[in-house]
Design a protein around this ligand. Sequence first.
Ligand code: ADP
Length: 174
Amino acid sequence: LEPKEEFEHSSLAVDVMRPRRSDPALAVLTQEGMTVGEVETLVESTHYSGFPVVVSQESQRLVGFVLRRDLLISIGQNHILICVSHFNVNPQLPSDNAPEAPPPLRLRGIMDLSPFTVTDHTPMDITVDIFRKLGLRQCLVTHNGRLLGIITKKDILKHMAQIANRDPDSILFN
Ligand code: ADP
């Protein structure tokens, strides 16, 4: 996103954000109650660089954003902890104890608590300006406080290229 390129087009954040209507839903984590196994399944079944964290699937209230890389490190550390604790378990203990619930993954230490957000109706020229000025890689899109989608830097570049191909008069690169 070169600062000298002016982006002037009437598109809105909602036109650029993912998921598109035909795409699978946004892959999110919930603030509480997800086990390490559930997080691992989500991370392994997708290729996204990061995941928004919401209060609950029903509310879709945004809490933060976690990078895939940090989740993978955290999951790895959790596996080591689990192995160590299994190793220490005394085999003589009575086995009628209820099996322990799978441990939840702690997101607190790795979550960005103030990810950048725009609303669905934010004009893209403003969003592009924010990306440039803050050096963002992604930004979340909300409507009335509910998480709707995500825009990455690559999504913006693709969108600009599409507009330039389709409609060369409405965009000014100077
Ligand atoms: P990039 O856009 O640089 O390839 P990602 O791999 O994170 O970055 O995203 C790939 C595509 O998936 C982008 O179009 C992005 O908007 C979308 N995306 C990113 N994160 C998520 C997510 N958690 N759930 C659904 N879609 C996502």
